[in-house]
Every structure is written in C-alpha cells, then in structure tokens.
Design a protein around this ligand. Structure first.
Ligand SMILES: NC(=O)c1ccc[n+]([C@@H]2O[C@H](COP(=O)([O-])OP(=O)(O)OC[C@H]3O[C@@H](n4cnc5c(N)ncnc54)[C@H](OP(=O)(O)O)[C@@H]3O)[C@@H](O)[C@H]2O)c1
Length: 208
C-alpha cells in the first residue's frame, strides 16, 4: 500500500522550473498560484525535496489554516541537510523529514522517519501509508519529481506552463536526474487543459 501521488509544478515555455543558479523564479500566473494553494488543502501531505528547501525555503502551509488543518509537510532529505531554521520546520504545521537509516539529525518541530539504507522512496511511501497518509501532493523540485516517476509512484501530473523563457541548459526541469526516468519514458494520458491567466495548466494521468 502507498498513498495516491499527485505531482504539481510550474514551468516556463522552454521547460524550466527555475533559473540556472536554482534561483526561485515566479512562473505561475495569479490564477495558477491561487489554484496551487487551493490544491494543498485537498491533500493529507505536501512533499518537497531538500534541494527545494535549500533553494526556496518554502513554508508549505495553507494561508489562514490552523496547525491541524494544514497538510503534513514532508521533506525528502536522506542526509539530514534541512537547515534547522527553515520555515518548513516552523510551528505552523506538522512536519516529517524522511532520512536514511544512518542520519542522526533531529529537528525541534519535526518527526524523523528513517527509510532504509540506502534511502528508499518506495519504503518511505509504504511507511507514510501505515501512518495514515492517503494522498500526497509532490511540489518539487526536479530531482525529487524524477525519482517519483522513476519508481513508478506517480498517479497524476499537473504542470502549469507560464508565458516566459528562462533558458540555460543548467536550469532545472520538472524531471531532472540522470536522463530517461524509465526506459522508453513514462507515458501520460491528457486529462484536461485549462487557461489560467496567460498560461496553460495541463493535467495528465499516468498510463501503466
Ligand atoms: N517551478 C516549480 O514548480 C518548482 C517547485 C519546486 C522547486 N522548484 C525549483 O527546483 C529547484 C530544486 O530542485 P532540485 O532538483 O535541486 O532539488 P529537490 O528535488 O527539491 O531535492 C533534491 C534532493 O532531495 C533528495 N532526494 C530527493 N529524492 C530522493 C530520492 N528518491 N532518493 C534519495 N534522495 C532524494 C536528495 O538529497 P541529497 O542531495 O541530500 O541526497 C536530492 O539531492 C530549485 O531551483 C527550486 O526553485 C521549482
């Protein structure tokens, strides 16, 4: 058993999710930002990789929500690199940090889940399911999204394409990593398209 996984991100018209120095870049229109924030409310948990925590310092909460009404915040962080003063470990919501078995780091406001050695994303998802997490919104970054696709863990993928070019072969994309996330690629079925301001949201189901 594992949770339902929805990957959501925003990319430029040339397929980049941030600038070449991994600097956060506003890609979403106001309409897409409102949608993405609303989407969080519908999930038990919101997940990012530690690279996104280091680059963007996101809080991953829902505006105006009380502690218990926020989704659980999850960081994939095998080596315990999440800075102790990150917003993701503040007191606004519960946080789970997923590390490997050898990591000994602790955070004041977070629970640490040790997920194998080497770190296993599938094992982590099974553990989260046992802890009652039924659905997870994965918000990035590219390395983390690629690893979810590579392990066949994605059920839905939505991507907002913003009206801008970022450029640069070093700029991150929605599915980074070492190349083909799966032999022959991951096949998608287009579920819907929607114009949101000056960009387009595309939502896909995964063909198994
Ligand atoms: N436009 C958007 O929608 C959007 C959303 C979020 C982020 N971003 C951008 O994305 C960039 C960050 O992306 P990123 O690829 O550098 O970082 P990331 O995906 O957030 O985090 C990558 C790190 O997480 C750990 N990790 C993730 N999956 C793992 C797995 N299956 N097994 C083991 N470790 C795993 C590794 O940590 P270790 O290195 O410690 O092993 C890895 O280096 C930033 O520029 C940010 O602005 C854009």
């Amino acid at each position: 058993m594992r949770p339902f996984i929805h990957v959501n991100c925003a990319m430029s018209a040339d397929g980049k999710i941030a600038g070449c120095e991994r600097t956060q870049t506003r890609i979403s229109s106001d309409e897409d930002l409102a949608r993405a924030k609303e989407l969080r409310r519908r999930f038990d948990a919101v997940l990012v990789g530690v690279g996104t925590v280091a680059a963007d310092d996101p809080h991953l909460t829902v505006k105006g929500a009380q502690y218990d009404d926020n989704p659980v915040r999850i960081v994939v962080d095998p080596h315990g690199r999440t800075p102790k003063d990150s917003q993701v470990v503040d007191e606004r919501a519960a946080t789970f940090i997923l590390t490997d078995d050898e990591c000994r780091e602790e955070w004041k406001n977070a629970d640490v889940f040790r997920c194998g050695w080497p770190f296993s994303l599938s094992k982590a998802m099974e553990k989260l399911s046992e802890w009652g997490i039924e659905n997870i919104l994965v918000e990035g970054g590219g390395t983390t999204i690629a690893s979810f696709f590579r392990e066949g863990l994605v059920d839905r993928y939505s991507v907002f394409v913003g009206p801008m070019i970022i450029g640069g072969k070093e700029s991150p994309t929605p599915a980074d990593g070492y190349g083909w996330v799966r032999s022959g690629g991951v096949k998608l079925r287009l579920k819907s398209t929607e114009t949101l301001g000056e960009g387009v949201l595309m939502t896909y189901d995964i063909i198994r």
